[in-house]
Design a protein around this ligand. Sequence first.
Ligand code: 0A1
Ligand code: ZN
Length: 858
Amino acid sequence: MTQPNNPDTRYLADYQPFPFILEETRLDFDLAPDATRVRANLKMRPRDATKDLVLDGGSAVELLSLHIDGKVPDPALVARDDETLTIAAAALPDAPFSLTTEVRIDPSSNTAFEGLYLSGGMFCTQCEAEGFRHITFYPDRPDVMAPFRVTIRSEKPILLSNGNPVSVGDGVAEWHDPWPKPAYLFALVAGDLVAVRDVFTTRSGRRVDLNVWVRPGDQDRAGFAMESLIKSMKWDEDVYGREYDLDVFNIVAVDDFNMGAMENKGLNIFNSKLVLASPETATDADYERIESVIAHEYFHNWTGNRITCRDWFQLCLKEGLTVFRDQQFTSDMRSAPVKRIEDVRALRARQFREDQGPLAHPVRPDNYQEINNFYTATVYEKGAEVIGMLKRLVGDDGYARALDLYFERHDGEAATIEDWLKVFEDATGRDLTQFKRWYTDAGTPHLTMAEDWDEAASGGQLTLTFSQRTPPTPGQDDKPPRVIPVAVGLIGPNGDEVQATRMLEMTEAQQSFSFDGLGARPVVSALRGFSAPVVLDRNIDDATRAFLLAHDTDPFARWEAGRDLAMSALISLSQGQAAGADYIDAIGRLAADDGADPAFRALCLMLPGDEEIATRLAAEGVTPDPDAIHSARDDLARRVADAHADLLSDLYDSMAVSGAYSPDARSAERRSLRIAALGLLNRIDRGDRAEVLFGTAGNMTERMAALICLIRRGRGQAALEALHDQFDDNRLVMDKWFSVQVMAADPAQASGIAQRLAARNDFDWKNPNRFRALLGGLAGNHAGFHAADGSGYDFTADWLMRMDKVNPQIAARMSTAFETWPRYDAERRENARAALQRMAAMDGISRNLREMVSRMIA
Ligand code: 0A1
Ligand code: ZN
């Protein structure tokens, strides 16, 4: 990934501390849509008096005045370029001083939604990673931390910033945040908002006012977010011993937001889709996601805010850990095995895919051009997996001791991955030198397992030999072996477990482990709980997989056996060979097993997606054919439905949840099995189950499932119209409306449908959610996006180029639709390359998109 000679490239190795100490930041905002004035007063002290003071400041920040200790410096000692304001050392006292600037900015023309901008008339901010420099001149880097005092003047009724309110008057409010923080955690909101309110008393007795702020009329959809917040606050006290540290905690929902949500100190700002939910508008999956993202942002208060990152290369320090914590939270709130399976599915779909292509990078990258391009599945989700492995290696007690030490040692600091690993070393006595490779080396290791059974040795001995190999990734050809925790259990021939889970610790390129006294040859249940983010290759036949699906005591490994069975059938089918009988038999037995959790059964009934099949084929060195994959999947699903029609129909009826909709885990799990059954039956249904469900269900979960079924059968029109008529004033439902028609479309028509939808007046493409709905919908239709004629690529490239001029972050992020292009056939590769080259050649391309396309073409 290194692109030498590019002046925009930043390197981890070049880190230098900031030569000044910032003791306090005072900000004074006079808000006006097109001419906001910001007065900043920074109390500073030189660490090194020979150094110039370089402040970051984007080209749209207009400097009106500058004073040092109240005096205007010699203009010859002040220099401005597009990105910085430099004050020469000669203009600065060799003692504490105060620097005051006044600037003018124009929030109304900020379509990139970075810095201070307007969303539906509301002023709001997004400062991570480097947005604060578009508000005022500042050392905009995470290792410069200071307490903030903020005054906001505006006609808007609600004026919010970080910390505690000091005074609220007519048209003015003052806030004080005593906890030193970097600029990326700054936030300000001014708008016409109403709150859902509650109170939380921390375990040491602090009373915290909680508010979820939404637009008037949205209050009745904010209650679930509030419940989730309260659960998160309690959980962090109970499980990590972490208490909240201010008197108020505010959450604000905004409609225009580049990402999911943001952990600004005491003032979290959320994409409204991750706050607002009602049974009629949100699905079970939406509810679960809201709960987990509210938790994620809240957990950042300790892992990210109290302890932040020294520089952006360390992003995984806060994100990997906070994802890991939110995953633990969801496991505790809901079903732990189901959560683990869902996380692994997501990891494989997004992170394994990223690791396999030109955008592969380490969990801790060592260079970047645009940091916003590194909010990736690798940094977040693989970052969380790496922490899961650490915990497995040091044990639960070791993990708890290390975390206590981390909070004690680094509270109030900007830390590094080295600091993080050191607390584990100090708390447990373990050497983590080799483990660190998980942070520095990109790529998904492939682990091969071979079995050797010796009936005569040691009362029946099984020897497992593992070999590891990590394919090269951009800029990293050589991959030394890593520490890999491999959780293994053994199942005897009668289906009983004969060896409970044992954690094998692999450190060599090849290594053997033996189990003695087994009597009869057992079946190996390997990589239990997905103990490491690797691809496991083993020589195993379908009968053994079916045996594991029936008997494995580890829920993840049991599900995995079913998935492997499905995958092996799909791979053969996509290559024109007959297959699938074993899978169809085994899955029928599992679906009928009333002893198994409904959600677990639902997950087992879900076939791997087209994209996942393509990733698997590519990992095996086979060129995936998107159309053949799509038909193989259709074919297998139809045969499952044919073979088990009665059972599926019974499940569809018996899993109906009666009474008013509730988003609780148990009801959601029943609905998930009902919907999985419906999805399969839909392949053979000549009846009207989906129509009836769409018309009668009182909740979006079932209506959306029914709608997908109808679209798949080419009968979605009436339902789509009905949904539109009912919800055309609800942006979040309309986003689903846009996305589902493309995602579930017949691949041959997908880009045509996307084109038609893009021409509509209500395709409000500058809204990131709407843009993502349509473009993401197409990217999610694997065979549609990868249409052989290149129509999916061209449509996407056209829109990314248009978006890049308005919002480069969104354009760059959505360009990852192309990241797998090198794995397809020559015709598709040609078309994809042409689309990428067209983007690369665009006049005025942003740094964000340029970095992405050049890495993909390289
Ligand atoms: N820290 C946030 C994610 C985030 C990152 C960048 C943003 O704007 C460019 C916004 C949010 C999180 O992990 O939730
Ligand atoms: Zn985060």
